[in-house]
Design a protein around this ligand. Sequence first.
Ligand SMILES: [Zn+2]
Length: 137
Amino acid sequence: MQPGVITLGGFLGTDKRDFTQIIADDEKTLEKCGKTAEEIAERLEYFQQQSFDAFESNTIVDNKYKVETEVVRGYLPCPFNHQGIYRKSYTTVTNLQSGKSFTFSALNIHLIRAHHFFEGKKSHFRLEPDEVIKELF
Ligand SMILES: [Zn+2]
């Protein structure tokens, strides 16, 4: 076992599926919804950037979303043995019409963009691709 593989376990939650299966299943959902992982990563990054740029802690984006980012000291490495490290920043986006909210880190954006990985069921930062598409686009 490589160290990266062990670290990856922390992103699987209670999911019994292998991470390659999780990725394959989410790809199917994305295909059904007509969006790509890259488009979702772009969208999440857009919200994150809006709150980085804002002066208030609560930012309203596009008159429809409340965005808040909490930055914690330290960095997170990519569990897929990449070189990159990511700021520990946690962005929460709330759709003001539905009240639904999503929290994701800078690392989540990378995992989605580079690895098409939305994490396992019940893992702390699991994002359901179909819910994100429904609520945040
Ligand atoms: Zn990576």
